[in-house]
Structures are given as C-alpha cells and as structure tokens.
Design a protein around this ligand. Structure first.
Ligand code: 5GP
Length: 173
C-alpha cells in the first residue's frame, strides 16, 4: 500500500478552493510513519550523504528520523528570525508578496553532499530558495526528496528543468 492512503485531504484550507494534503494523519499512524521513513531510508542508504537539510516546519518531521537512521547531520532551514546564531538567507516569492528562509552560516561546508527534504512539493518556491542557500556555501544538492508531489503546481518540473533530481513517495493530481 502506498503512503497516499495515510494522507488526509482537507478542503478549503488555508483558503477557499485549496485542497490541503494533511500529513498529520500519516504521522499519527505508526504504519504510515514507518512506511514513509523506510521508503526514504531505502533510497538513500549507502548514498554517502553528508547532511540532510530540512525546511521548517513539516520538513523537520521527515528529515530528523531519516538523518538519525542514515547517521548523518541535520541542517535546519527556518523562517526569518528564528535561528539564534549568525545566518545567511534567501527570499522567495509567494502568491502575494515574499517570504524569507534562513540557515546558520556555519552548518554547511563546501564540497558536502546534501539531501534536501520537505514534506510536500507544490510550486517549488521554497525548495529552490533552500537550494540557493545550500549552494551559497559551496555544497552540492545530491537530490531533493518529498513525501508528496503536487505535479499540477509545477514544482517538480521546475526543479528538474533547473537540473535537480526529485524523489517523491506519492503524488496527488
Ligand atoms: P511550494 O514552495 O513548493 O509552493 O510549497 C511547499 C511548501 O508549502 C512546503 O513546505 C509544504 O509544507 C507547504 N505546503 C503547501 N501546500 C501544502 C499542502 O497541501 N499540504 C502540506 N502538508 N503542505 C503544504
């Protein structure tokens, strides 16, 4: 059984007309959680990944057990103003306005092989901003990984067209 059956869809969240793919139900069910993390572990075991970079907040839930199991470090990419140390940041466009993500400037070292992880890929705006952050420090994005892809929103196409590999465990049309 694919992980898709563990994900609940909530209509009209966060605004009317949007179908929100709610992964809290996957995390609630130990079988769903195990299936999701095992799927990623299987793909990345032995890949020689140095660190996993995760995007706040649901990306943390996916990346932490994966990093623990693979035995690699976890790099937190957070919304503006949340990290206590010296940071570098990247702005990215939202439907209305812009947002900013930040990362401690000493967490990634040139030449490292980084796996970028988030829960879901929609337009790809946040993933591309995270990639720019990772590359600022001279590291290599080995692959981008998500539990869910929403291909109609174009993120996976955009990432692939920019030369990045995309791995997802399921997709909603
Ligand atoms: P993007 O930057 O690709 O447009 O949006 C992806 C980001 O927005 C991810 O960090 C993800 O957590 C969040 N997101 C957007 N839509 C959904 C959704 O339907 N379900 C969940 N779980 N997250 C979403």
């Amino acid at each position: 059984m694919s992980i898709i059956s563990y994900i609940r869809t909530i209509a009209d969240y966060p605004k009317k007309g949007v179908l929100f793919r709610d992964i809290s139900t996957l995390f609630l069910d130990p079988r769903g959680l195990r299936k999701a993390i095992d799927g990623l572990v299987m793909r990345y075991s032995g890949a020689g990944i140095d660190k996993i970079a995760v995007i706040e907040a649901r990306g943390f839930l996916v990346g932490a057990p994966l990093a623990y199991t693979l035995g690699c470090g976890l790099v937190l990419i957070r919304k503006k103003g949340k990290l206590p140390g010296s940071t570098i940041g990247e702005d990215y466009a939202l439907e209305y306005g812009t947002d900013r993500i930040e990362m401690h400037d000493d967490t990634i070292v040139a030449g490292e092989k980084i796996l970028l992880v988030d829960d879901l890929l929609a337009t790809g705006g946040s993933a591309l901003a995270a990639i720019r952050l990772i590359e600022k420090n001279g590291a290599e994005v080995y692959e981008t990984a998500f539990l869910v892809d929403l291909p109609d929103l174009g993120g996976s196409k955009k990432l692939k067209a920019s030369g990045y590999s995309v791995f997802t465990l399921c997709e909603f049309e």
